[in-house]
Write a protein that binds this ligand. Structure first.
Ligand SMILES: NC(=O)c1ccc[n+]([C@@H]2O[C@H](COP(=O)([O-])OP(=O)(O)OC[C@H]3O[C@@H](n4cnc5c(N)ncnc54)[C@H](OP(=O)(O)O)[C@@H]3O)[C@@H](O)[C@H]2O)c1
Length: 271
């Protein structure tokens, strides 16, 4: 609940609404210049509260009014269509990989691994689950994974042709030949058109794995963005969205902070 501001009636009208100015040594002080009218901190804020306005238009609670976020934020139920969710790890400055595709500087600490296995186990690659001896857990939210060639290729280079064997896998590429029957390569259709078609089909939500170029091509179709933000900057690399300048609004709906310093924030698309 918002804290409403309750004003107590003054026992007597204030003689001078301008409180005495603290002594300072600014040039304007020395010149005897004083601000006119009410002090800045006592004036109404002329700027609109965009977050509050968004909360009104989306029906979502204002962030200041929300209780501590429940995680994971439940699937948005307004739409019966499958949601396209870009679930990704990034630096504070919004990079998902280094300039050469490096990702070892984005650590996956134990608390994140444990949480991922609990909340979205299907986002852990099949071969990684096996290598770590992790229990084979059922998919919680997604049944389909979308990857750009740049995201699929690092696995390919390691000889892994089906990184998410427990999901339907679609890779967008105009240059790759199919390496594995479990992975569908699409090179002759715009990704957004394919996603619109997928949304019409029955099924669970669709995970946009990445990367930046594919995310930019699919920006109009992204319903939810979940960013695991590491407390570090990279200064350069592959951005969350690698496309043309396209300002697009999302509304934060939940954040979870981990002891390792990573925060996971869920944003929904402002429609
Ligand atoms: N931090 C994370 O959570 C995370 C998640 C995912 C990826 N990543 C990293 O991100 C990097 C890859 O990102 P990226 O931006 O370089 O590549 P990307 O988005 O994964 O793939 C781009 C490729 O997708 C294909 N494509 C097909 N249609 C397209 C379209 N309409 N628009 C754009 N691309 C289309 C093209 O392949 P063709 O040239 O073959 O046509 C294009 O080169 C990797 O280093 C990966 O490790 C990080």
């Amino acid at each position: 609940m918002c804290h409403a501001t309750v004003r107590c009636p003054d026992p007597a009208p204030a003689a001078d609404p301008v409180p005495p100015r603290p002594r300072s040594h600014t040039r304007s002080d020395r010149a005897g210049v004083r601000p006119l009218g009410r002090p800045l901190w006592d004036r109404p804020n002329p700027k609109p509260d965009r977050t509050r306005d968004r909360a009104r238009t989306t029906g979502l609670p204002h962030p200041h009014c929300r209780p501590a976020a429940a995680e994971p934020y439940p699937r948005q139920k307004e739409s019966l269509l499958r949601a396209l969710v870009y679930y990704v790890a990034a630096t504070l400055d919004g990079f998902i990989a280094g300039p050469g595709g490096e990702f070892d500087f984005l650590p996956v600490p134990e608390d994140i691994t444990a949480d991922t296995l609990e909340v979205l186990p299907e986002t852990v690659p099949t071969h990684v689950r096996a290598a770590l001896g992790l229990p084979d857990r059922p998919n919680q939210r997604f049944d389909t994974a979308l990857m750009g060639r740049g995201t699929y290729e690092p696995a390919l280079r390691e000889g892994v042709t089906s990184p998410y064997a427990h999901l339907r896998q679609i890779v967008f590429s105009r240059t790759l030949a199919g390496e594995d029957p479990a992975v569908q390569i699409i090179g002759d259709r715009p990704p957004a058109e394919v996603v619109r078609e997928l949304k019409q089909q029955d099924g669970a939500d669709i995970w946009l794995v990445g990367g930046g170029k594919l995310a930019a091509a699919l920006l109009d179709e992204i319903d939810e963005l979940i960013v695991k933000r590491s407390p570090r900057v990279a200064c350069a690399g592959i951005p969350l969205f690698d496309g043309e300048f396209t300002p697009t609004a999302f509304v934060p709906v939940a954040t979870k902070e981990f002891a390792s310093g990573i925060t996971r924030t869920t944003y929904v698309r402002e429609r």
